[in-house]
Design a protein around this ligand. Structure first.
Ligand code: ZN
Ligand code: ZN
Ligand code: ZN
Ligand code: ZN
Length: 57
């Protein structure tokens, strides 16, 4: 299996995004992303993935 998605730069233990954590939650297709310092983080299977703000260079 290939799961090459980029992990977010923090773990669930370091900061758990939730409805009350202070980061804006935005709906992204069938899940919710949290806007975190210019990135969007999406909870996924015990960790966070980066969603939405990647810039290819
Ligand atoms: Zn948060
Ligand atoms: Zn985050
Ligand atoms: Zn993931
Ligand atoms: Zn997302």
């Amino acid at each position: 299996m290939t799961d090459k998605k980029d992990p977010a730069e923090h773990t669930v233990a370091e900061h758990e995004h939730s409805a009350t954590c202070g980061h804006p939650a935005v709906k992204h297709e069938d899940h919710v992303d949290y806007v975190h310092d210019g990135h969007k983080h999406a909870p996924h299977d015990g960790h966070y993935d980066e969603h939405g703000s990647h810039r290819r260079r």
